[in-house]
Design a binder for this molecule. Structure first.
Ligand SMILES: C[S@@+](CC[C@H](N)C(=O)[O-])C[C@H]1O[C@@H](n2cnc3c(N)ncnc32)[C@H](O)[C@@H]1O
Length: 225
């Protein structure tokens, strides 16, 4: 499959998906989006101050959102323990990350996780685990894992293609599975403010609020458990 490369407004690279015909990031700035639409509204810096943080990155793509979370958390508390579980179904886009330098600190750790056969990286302080497969299936593994270990997530990055192009991930059923693995008060952040998406988040039990407005675009959405 051919992924068309695009340089976004902040000079970081994104691609156009050959399957969905949509860009993987905002064209105004892929790196900026990772910090402003995900790490900031999910309060990664504040959470990191508590000493440990667990993040679910749904639709990992090039891993910019996870990398931005690593940079934000470690800047706030260099000793913070960080655990990231990432869901992605396209091996092709994971491999594209290996040649990139998006200007996000610790992106090399994301690349290490992608390169490893078992799609994991661990160094005693940081754990990254990428689950390859349809997120509607892999979320079931996450539910089991959270039940057994009694360790729900502090934050969720929710970044599928648009509800129009990828409706299967914006359903009340999928949001409800995601809700099950979150701590009370944890925040899910997404770039979309589509009415249908917000309705399904509410059906799944989230309190829905406007997310940040980045560069005068419409706001994103936050779902609070
Ligand atoms: C908008 S891009 C995400 C960009 C990514 N967050 C980043 O920082 O690079 C959406 C991603 O969702 C993935 N995807 C689409 N359908 C999926 C599914 N059913 N399960 C898991 N991943 C899926 C696509 O392969 C793509 O990488």
């Amino acid at each position: 499959m051919k992924y068309k490369k695009i340089i976004t407004g902040d000079k970081s690279v994104t691609f156009i998906s050959p399957k969905y015909g949509e860009a993987y990031h905002s064209l105004t700035g892929a790196r900026e989006e990772a910090f402003k639409k995900y790490s900031e509204p999910c309060r990664i810096a504040e959470l990191a101050k508590k000493g440990s943080i667990k993040i679910l990155d749904i639709c990992f793509g090039l891993g910019y959102n996870s990398a931005a979370a690593l940079e934000t958390a470690l800047k706030s508390n260099p000793k913070c323990r960080i655990e990231i579980f990432a869901l992605e179904n396209d091996e092709g886009i994971l491999k594209k990350s290996l040649d990139l330098k998006p200007g996000i600190k610790h992106y090399d750790l994301i690349k290490k996780a992608i390169k490893n056969k078992d799609r994991r990286y661990e160094n005693g302080q940081i754990k990254i685990r990428i689950l390859l497969g349809d997120a509607r299936e892999t979320i079931k593994e996450i539910i089991k894992n959270v039940k057994i270990n009694k360790n729900p997530f502090d934050a969720v990055f929710f970044d599928p293609f648009s509800p129009r192009k990828c409706p299967e991930l914006w359903t009340a059923e999928f949001f409800s599975d995601v809700n099950k693995v979150m701590k009370k008060g944890a925040i899910l952040a997404t770039y979309s403010c589509a009415r249908s998406a917000r309705k399904n988040m509410e059906k799944a039990g989230f309190i829905v609020k406007d997310g940040p407005v980045v560069r005068r675009w419409s706001p994103g959405t936050l779902g609070i458990k």
